[in-house]
Design a binder for this molecule. Sequence first.
Ligand code: PBG
Length: 324
Amino acid sequence: MIHRPRINRWTEARRNLIHNPSIKSSLVQPYFVVDGVNIREEIPGMPNIYRESLENLLDTVKLDYEAGIRAIMLFGVISDDLKDDYANQAMNELSHLHRAVIELKKIFNDDLVIMTDVCLCTATVHGHCGIVVEGEIENDESVEILAKIALSHAKAGADYVCASDMMDGRILSIRKTLEDSGFSSTGILAYSVKYASSFYGPFRNAASSSPKIGDRKSHQMDIRSGYKEAILESKLDQEEGADIIMIKPGLPYLDVVKTVSDAVEKPVAVYNVSGEYAMVMKSAIDLGQRKSMVIEILNSFKRSGADIIVTYHAREALAQGWIE
Ligand code: PBG
């Protein structure tokens, strides 16, 4: 089966994330998990956001949960010596990312929505989101690998696997692979409308996922592209079985969030990316100013039609009680 609308209503936490209209319940906090012991380093340009090893991550998520976070997105950071041409470490069921999902499920069970990023860029030596053959990013071979990574995350217990690669046809391939293996309640969040943006800089540092040569313009969308392509990409992913459609970045593309949310039936998410976060953190002169900016930004996402907001601001906004 390609379409399983029940996936988005499988747990109370999923229903609350998607259907509770409050801003607070729409938030998803991203985390970066590194291999090692007792590591917690702040990411340059991103105050209050860390690269953390497993135990530290568990403590941070527990604190965030107490503050009201009910949905998280995990990125596995892979050390250079474990990278290869085929992103094998990204599907290694013993990796720190997989262990993090397993441990978090043990602690929170279904009270926390766990999303995991599915891409090749953190695990390939060249840092591209696909397999490189003769200097080109090979679509179909990459899609097969993406499906294997997604399946490995589903086995660990992820609620949603989040395809951020922008290869053609990957949602269908992931859906079929999950179905064939009996994972009928695992959701797919599709980064459907993802631009080749200059706002991903701090993230690529944090995830050590910058392309070593070239750029991502052969798969991520042209920043000049109009609404038709955004609608096309969203509808293709929806037809292929995506459970959530995401637009990324957020603030420069609010009009696209509105247009896509009017065009599709599936819930819509927006990713308020690392460069947007860094901009606010650098420009706010004090906590009061930051509070007003964050509240204004989160409201703009809601107004434009986002059901789900992935944002690095979630942690502080909830801990400080900025939003109800
Ligand atoms: C991986 C991925 C990226 C982001 C999320 N998943 C980077 C990229 O596409 O280069 C960016 C998130 C952010 O900037 O906060 N493909």
